[in-house]
Design a protein around this ligand. Structure first.
Ligand SMILES: [Fe+2]
Ligand SMILES: [Fe+2]
Length: 165
């Protein structure tokens, strides 16, 4: 039995929150912060990819009333993509590294809140359990082939599509 799409995505959000907290701890060393940001970027690359490729288009097609919410979420992913692309060539030794990572986190936290508070509840209300499990199965399948690094071609394509579109 495949997992409910919203349950899956919320589990990923929880993982982000844990990593964000670790990064913000005063006792976390700069080198460890570098590692945490690497992990955040990897998970974010997968997460935004599977939402862009599966969750958002399915919701848009099945629940046209949520079009505006979905479009806004695409834009928020796009802002995160741009910040990620700027972080990739940097290391924790760069004086702007932590500041840029903090701005990324603030953006992602806001975005996750909006998904969880504003429109995932409407998706839960508008779709059946079976539909949510079907989308969950598609998300799980997309995760298998999702890019893990933002400079991989499929991740770059997503970023470029967002710039050009
Ligand atoms: Fe998202
Ligand atoms: Fe999300």
């Amino acid at each position: 039995m495949s997992q409910d799409a919203i349950v899956m995505l919320k589990a990923a959000h929880k993982q982000f929150r844990g990593l964000f907290r670790a990064l913000q701890k005063a006792s976390t060393t700069p080198a460890r912060k570098g590692k945490l940001v690497e992990k955040i970027i990897e998970l974010l690359t997968v997460h935004t990819y599977i939402e862009n490729e599966v969750m958002y288009p399915r919701v848009r097609a099945l629940l046209p009333d949520l079009e505006d919410d979905v479009l806004e979420s695409y834009e928020e992913h796009h802002v995160a993509d741009l910040l990620v692309m700027e972080l990739v060539p940097m290391t924790w030794k760069d004086e702007r590294f932590v500041a840029k990572a903090t701005v990324l986190i603030e953006n992602v936290e806001h975005h996750i809140e909006e998904e969880e508070q504003d429109w995932f509840p409407k998706v839960r209300e508008g779709l059946s359990r079976t539909q949510l499990r079907e989308i969950g199965a598609e998300l799980a399948a997309a995760k298998e082939t999702a890019p893990r690094r933002p400079e991989q071609p499929s991740a770059l394509k997503k970023t470029l599509d967002a710039v050009i579109a």
